[in-house]
Design a protein around this ligand. Structure first.
Ligand code: BG6
Length: 459
């Protein structure tokens, strides 16, 4: 009972959390360059300086045993205004990254959109609220898919696309037009993002028909707090509205009835333009990508309330006494991964791909020059890989790979350097950039054994 020989092991990152070089190489301003960050944390200007150090980082990934790497393109680096003239220097940067990965035996995957829009599209068009941004996205997809499609055979459109139905910030569409119900607006923007996703899938089929593409969700399963039928029913609806809705659209090509009924009842059903229904239907995905960090637990609430489902779910979330948490209150639940994989696979009938998994920890270099003893990171990944293997080898789930989040430390999504996920330490603080030196942690040598043995050696 072994994992398939072609199983992918690797790492995953976004451009804005790694690259730095925010105003170099002809890059335009992105939404992140303009949005203020928490004064306690860093800013996005330098990241971990991947832009200048990508060769060193890719060499570390190879040494770690990675055969797969997912990164995102900074849209504003290749199209500084979001539309118009491409920036050749930016395009060349990603050529170099792809070539370097391939030279090191690492299969690249490109994510087109990891929460960052060229600022101009946010400022002048309110991000994905406008169909003009959708058209720009399709053109951007055409540009990079035509350029890299000969070498890149795995693609994804929007990182954790279900988040676009939970907050307007993800679509960079934060201005709610006067007199419009904010939740109605949220679902309209979310719908526009579905259309952008489908247009990109369509482009890939044309320009690189042998490449594969997924839709991706942030999968946070919701457990009922008790065996009361009300808790169980409520948790099932949280999972439908927050996780399965997007997976249904990606895989089956239409809004599921549970969602249209719910949205219509609240007056939140988005407007479909001519051709939208066909686009959804004709551009389903090859596989389903997801991130998994934690589970959530809920007690019965009421979805008739005129609040967006994420808020209803959030206000009825409770502590789960069976689950430990990290310092940031993220529950650690490896068995949840197995249950989730079973659920996603047998409900959506597409191969799965774990595209993010990991744990944030606070760490510093030991004064004596020894290794960072990140045993709790090792324990986290060991338990999650074990449960993934159970899902694959005992439950019959088809899964293409296990990709960790941020194998080399990066800034967290809130720009907090102290929340580290890596197997390699990056020597910088929140404000003090120090020397940005890369230093393998204890977990580096452990994950290397796991990756090199195709998941056999977990001790
Ligand atoms: C995912 C995002 O939701 O979680 C990443 O795709 C993010 O961008 C990761 O970094 C971990 O979250 P955080 O907030 O700890 O960085």
């Amino acid at each position: 009972m072994q994992l398939p020989k072609n199983f992918y092991w690797g790492g995953s990152v976004s451009s804005f959390q790694t690259e730095g070089a925010w105003d170099e190489g002809g890059k335009g301003l992105s939404s992140y360059d303009v949005r203020p960050t928490d004064p306690r944390f860093s800013d996005w200007k330098v990241g971990i300086d991947f832009y200048h150090r990508y060769k060193e980082d890719i060499a570390l990934l190879r040494e770690m045993g990675c055969n797969f790497y997912r990164f995102s393109i900074a849209w504003a680096r290749v199209l500084p205004n979001g539309d118009g003239e491409p920036n050749e220097e930016g395009l060349q940067f990603y050529d170099n990254v792809i070539d370097e990965l391939l030279k090191n035996g690492i299969t690249p995957m490109i994510c087109l959109y990891h929460f960052d829009t060229p600022y101009r599209l946010e400022r002048d068009f309110n991000g994905f609220a406008s169909r003009y941004t959708v058209e720009c996205f399709a053109e951007y997809a055409r540009l990079v898919m035509s350029r890299y499609g000969d070498r890149v055979k795995y693609w994804m459109t929007f990182n954790e696309q279900n988040l676009h139905s939970m907050g307007l910030i993800f679509s960079n569409s934060t201005t709610v037009p006067e007199g419009v119900d904010p939740t109605r607006f949220l679902y309209q923007v979310n719908h526009n993002v579905f259309i952008a996703h489908c247009k990109a899938v369509k482009v890939l089929r044309e320009v690189a028909p042998d490449a594969k593409i997924c839709g991706m969700i942030a999968a946070t399963p919701n457990y009922p707090m008790s065996s009361s039928p009300e808790d169980i029913n409520f948790a099932a609806h949280c999972n439908d509205y927050l996780n399965h809705f997007h997976a249904n659209v990606f895989c089956q090509g239409e809004y599921p009835a549970y969602m249209t009924d719910y949205l219509t009842a609240h007056g939140w059903m988005p407007e479909f333009m001519d051709g939208d229904r066909e686009l959804l239907k004709e551009n389903t995905v090859d596989f389903l990508g997801f991130s998994y960090y934690r589970s959530n637990t809920v007690q019965a609430g009421n979805f008739d309330e005129p609040l967006p489902p994420a808020a209803v779910c959030g206000k009825n979330s409770v502590d789960n006494p069976h689950i430990e948490k990290n310092e940031w209150d993220w529950g650690i639940d490896p068995v949840g991964l197995r249950t989730l994989m079973h659920d996603l696979y047998y409900r959506h009938h597409k191969p799965l791909f774990i595209l993010e998994n990991g744990v944030g920890l606070r760490e510093e270099l030991p004064a004596d020059g020894g290794l960072i003893q990140d045993d709790s990171r090792i324990a986290y990944h060991r338990a999650h890989i074990q449960e993934m293997k159970n899902a694959i080898l005992k439950d019959g789930v088809d899964c293409m790979g296990y990709v960790t989040w941020a194998p080399i430390d990066i800034l967290s999504s809130h720009c907090e350097m102290s929340k580290r996920y890596g197997f390699v330490f990056v020597n910088r603080g929140e404000k003090d950039l120090r020397d940005l030196k890369r230093v393998p942690k204890k977990s580096f040598y452990w994950i290397q054994k796991v990756f090199r043995s195709n998941g056999e050696e977990l001790e």
